[in-house]
Write a protein that binds this ligand. Structure first.
Ligand SMILES: [Zn+2]
Ligand SMILES: [Zn+2]
Length: 131
């Protein structure tokens, strides 16, 4: 039996090894290949822990598809290819004050904004080349 802290280390290092923004399922499959004794529930729980510890970032699903996990903690945005579903890290010159500029369209209701998620969509170069 692999100990708890080790299981978390394994989950984290596996996530870092996988390219891009893997889903929990993809992380689990990779962990399972090397450590068949680690259960899916453990990997999912470890990913949630790592997120709480701010070691990974969760990229919430946009439209369809599961949440993904991101080891890149630097501020960045994501661009999703609508053909292959791959997610890319992008930078964009967006004002830090974007939250401050948000106003509710229904008047008289306070809404305290804590965060936001921006995802660009398009076609990646690989898919574009296939056209
Ligand atoms: Zn693509
Ligand atoms: Zn990212």
């Amino acid at each position: 039996m692999v100990r708890n802290t080790m299981q978390k280390d394994i989950t984290y290092s596996t996530l870092c090894m996988l390219e891009g923004h893997p889903t929990a399922e993809e992380v689990y499959e990779e962990v399972h290949r090397k450590y068949p004794s680690i259960s899916k529930a453990t990997v999912y729980r470890n990913l949630a822990n790592l997120e709480e510890m701010n070691l990974v970032r969760r990229v919430r699903k946009v439209g369809s598809g599961p949440d993904r996990f991101d080891k890149n903690l630097h501020p960045h945005y994501h661009a999703k290819c609508v053909k292959c579903g791959k997610i890319f890290d992008v930078t964009a010159n967006i004002s830090e004050d974007i939250i401050g500029s948000v106003e509710l369209m229904d008047d008289g209701k306070d809404f305290l904004i804590s965060s936001y998620e921006l995802v660009f969509e398009g076609i990646c170069s690989k898919c574009n080349a296939k056209e």
